[in-house]
Design a protein. Structure first.
Length: 189
């Protein structure tokens, strides 16, 4: 079905038609999707257990999607349920560990995983941090940004100073280019 037909709301069962063209019945497709969801759940459960994280602090939703080759696949959405600020530093490593475990469970999983995303859905909203109050913490955030820019300015000065070795000091203390350069002269025309 073309893009225009989709935009106009004419909807066919593309995924069913694609599966039918490949010789896969709707029952087989449903069984395949259920099996993939269970594999993803097992990979997450094993990863959380291996790294000593509380079961249920992160859950998942396995959402149907399409791969770049238009085959049916699964999108993994990892859902934060409990606030653990130290865990935020490890989200990329955790995502990688889940995908690695899934790859060991099903070596073909990279061909049907369409992507991974994160969602924050707290059970108890009172323990999650609040946004800063405009008058109080914005000053400290601005000061931290300013300190960071000063630090980068110091780093820039050090880098520029390290390039001064290409120049020679004159008797007056000024730096001039090395003697192999001749002054620029206008062309005579």
């Amino acid at each position: 079905m073309g893009l225009i037909a989709r935009l106009l709301g004419r909807k066919e069962k593309d995924d069913d038609r694609d599966d039918a063209e490949r010789g896969v019945s709707s029952l087989q497709a449903a069984t395949r999707d259920r099996t993939r969801r269970e594999l993803i759940a097992m990979a997450l459960r094993d990863t959380l257990k291996k790294h000593g994280l509380v079961d249920g602090c992160i859950t998942l939703d396995a959402l149907p999607g399409f791969t770049s080759t238009r085959h049916r696949g699964m999108h993994i959405q990892l859902v934060f349920r409990d606030w653990q600020p130290s865990l935020l530093a490890y989200v990329v490593a955790l995502e990688s560990a889940v995908k690695g475990r899934l790859n060991r469970l099903d070596p073909l999983s990279p061909s049907w995983i369409t992507g991974v995303s994160w969602r924050f859905e707290p059970r108890d909203r009172t323990v999650w941090p609040r946004l800063p109050v405009p008058g109080e913490t914005s000053v400290s955030i601005t000061a931290a940004r300013h300190a960071g820019s000063l630090q980068s300015a110091d780093t820039q000065k050090k880098l520029l100073k390290s390039g001064d070795d290409a120049f020679m000091p004159t008797a007056h203390g000024q730096l001039v280019a090395a003697p192999d350069f001749s002054p620029t002269l206008p062309m005579r025309g």
